[in-house]
Write a protein that binds this ligand. Structure first.
Ligand code: SF4
Ligand code: SF4
Length: 83
């Protein structure tokens, strides 16, 4: 049987750009990032994007500020800061 991977990408839904719900936002410290993509795997909103240089970037239009990425990052490269 053929296996298919399903990957979701952030897009505008019925709730609009959900980033406006956020109280804290994740900020990535590039020097600490080892490009492991764990944050990308765990983000429940699919708002972490892989850039061409393999670093990650957050789409703040849809990030709800849940903090899962900061919690899972093995090098603590992500910090949640007040908006
Ligand atoms: S989990 Fe942390 S180290 Fe890994 S890609 Fe994300 S920000 Fe970088
Ligand atoms: S704070 Fe939550 S929604 Fe925002 S990028 Fe991190 S895991 Fe995704």
């Amino acid at each position: 049987m053929k296996k298919v991977a399903i990957i979701s990408f952030p897009s505008k839904g019925t709730a609009g750009e959900t980033g406006t719900w956020r109280v804290k936002k994740p900020v990535i410290e590039r020097q600490k990032c080892v490009k492991c993509m764990i944050c990308w795997l765990f983000c429940p909103e699919g708002t972490i994007l892989r850039k061409e240089d393999d670093f990650v970037e957050i789409d703040y239009r849809y990030c709800k500020g849940c903090g899962v990425c900061a919690n899972e990052c093995p090098t603590k490269a992500i910090t949640m800061v007040e908006e």
